[in-house]
Write a protein of this length. Structure first.
Length: 260
């Protein structure tokens, strides 16, 4: 990217250039960068968070959001190139929640296919392993606006003040619908397992995941696996940020020791 063009692809909520880990964070459907601010504070100074900003939100509001995963990944490879090359001695890790977990996983596989720098570890949250069948779910992206908006409270995460203002919500629906389409049109393609360590986190009361589904991430790596459940639902990470941060910090340290 030219130095004359501002980099809007990420936000660094709390710069930590000397941190041992650069943690690239991928947001859930419809979300921007704000959801990771507390985690950035809690993980300093052991990790510097760089939160990925996808098209169609915040400073990229005028960009068309992607409706399928493959073109999104191709754009991310280009947009994130400067962030995929950490400082000497600094490790690189990916963290993704819900849709972000899927994006992080498939981006790691795309980087491997290209022979590019891969993350040293992968941390996923709020998503069953992508090779597991997804059945019995409402296909959100095909609903009309009224039906789509009516289903949003089921998933949580959408601010009440937004749900209570239909005209304002209407502005956000194209991005929300596009993100649901990314997940709902995804089809897993078998590949050899990753060689990096993977950690999977989830909420015990999350209706979108299961303990078995989260544990199945172990089948997608040969590099070691950790699994932790927290009290709370799909957005347990906003309800239990300190607990999650402690677990993430511990896993990053363990995974780092395994690389030595």
């Amino acid at each position: 990217m030219s130095p004359l063009v501002p980099d809007v692809s990420t936000l660094v909520p709390r710069p930590q250039p000397g941190a041992p880990v650069r943690l690239l964070c991928f947001p859930n459907a419809g979300a921007g960068t704000a959801g990771y601010r507390h985690l950035a504070e809690l993980l300093a100074p052991c990790a510097e968070l760089r939160v990925v900003r996808l098209p169609g939100r915040e400073r990229r509001w005028n960009e068309r959001p992607h409706v399928s995963l493959e073109p999104l990944l191709l754009d991310l490879v280009e947009d994130l190139a400067p962030h995929l090359d950490p400082a000497p001695g600094q490790r690189l890790a990916f963290f993704g929640h819900s849709m972000g977990a899927l994006v992080a996983f498939e981006l790691a596989r795309l980087l491997r296919a290209r022979g590019a720098r891969m993350p040293d570890s992968l941390l996923v949250s709020g998503l069953d392993a992508p090779h597991r069948p997804r059945t019995g779910r409402v296909v959100m992206h095909g609903l009309d606006d009224d039906a789509f908006a009516a289903r949003l409270p089921h998933y949580g995460g959408t601010p009440r003040e937004l749900l209570d203002q239909p005209e304002l919500l209407k502005l956000f629906l194209p991005t929300l619908r596009a993100d649901f389409a990314v997940v709902e049109t995804y089809r897993h393609r078998p590949e050899p397992p990753l060689e990096m360590p993977v950690a999977a986190y989830g909420g015990r009361a999350d209706r979108e995941t299961s303990v078995a589904g989260l544990a199945a991430w172990a089948e997608l790596t040969t590099g070691g696996f950790r699994h932790r459940m927290f009290d709370g639902g799909h957005f347990y990470l906003t309800e239990r940020p300190a607990e999650l941060a402690a677990e993430v910090a511990g896993d990053l340290a363990r995974f780092g020791e395994a690389l030595v």
